[in-house]
Design a protein around this ligand. Structure first.
Ligand code: G3P
Ligand code: MG
Length: 227
């Protein structure tokens, strides 16, 4: 993959309900290189694709994802009649048409997510089809215990010693909030052989600015704006 990596944030959530199959299909139609989505574990143990710890903001239900079974979750409307998908359902829909960036949101799900990835690799996917990211660096370390073939991305929402931490965690991709990015960071990252992805960028002017800085990837709710 060369040039700017165009990443559909929660699919194409500026156009369709976030983290739903409809949103992922739309992102693929809009020619993303990669879709990003958030995963956690529900009460019955399945890995489901949802951003918040509760279902309140994105569905017509209430409560913690960790207190609800898959059958409870499937009854909810996640927007436009869409349902909260499982990780399996998303990977089946994607079917290698773009790469997937799986953001680990819940605790202690790394092993389970890895087992799912391994299952798809056995079915013909490549490790390179996946990227695993998290703000929780312990989860990244945990994931790396099970899998050293899938690339991992450390996410930052505040200033930090990015390159030292990236080295410590053996990651060559960092994901930075737009407010953290400047030319010095990008130049330094590249000098350290680290790629920088930037979230979540929806404004044409910001996209242009970041392209000029030479960032490696951009997450957008409107991925067609990245073309
Ligand atoms: O991976 C980038 C972005 O998804 C991180 O923030 O809160 O949208 O998951 P959030
Ligand atoms: Mg995310």
């Amino acid at each position: 993959m060369s040039g700017l990596i165009k990443i559909g944030h929660r699919g194409a959530c500026g156009y369709e309900p976030e983290n739903t199959l409809k949103s992922f299909e739309r992102a693929i139609e809009l020619k993303v290189d990669m879709i990003e989505f958030d995963v956690m574990q529900c009460a019955s143990g399945e890995i489901v694709v949802i951003h918040d710890e509760t279902v309140d903001r994105t569905t017509n239900g209430h409560g913690l994802v960790s207190d609800l079974t898959l059958s409870d979750l499937k009854k909810l409307d996640a927007g436009d009649g869409e349902h909260i998908p499982t990780l399996y359902e998303v990977l089946d829909l994607v079917d290698r048409r773009c790469k997937v960036n799986i953001e680990l949101k819940g605790d202690q799900i790394a092993q389970k997510v890895n087992l799912i990835i391994e299952g798809y690799v056995k079915k013909g996917w490549s490790y390179d089809d996946f990227l695993v990211s998290s703000f929780d660096f312990n989860e990244i370390r945990e994931f790396q215990k099970y899998n050293n073939q899938v690339q991992t991305e450390l996410l930052f929402y505040e200033p930090a010693d990015y390159f030292k931490i990236a080295q410590e965690y053996n990651c060559n991709i960092i994901g930075l909030d737009m407010s953290l990015v400047n030319q010095e960071i990008i130049t330094n990252a590249h000098a350290h052989n680290i790629k920088v992805f930037v979230y979540t960028v929806n404004d044409f002017k910001d996209i242009e600015f970041l392209k000029n800085l030479g960032v490696d990837g951009i997450f957008s709710n409107y991925p067609d704006k990245l073309l």
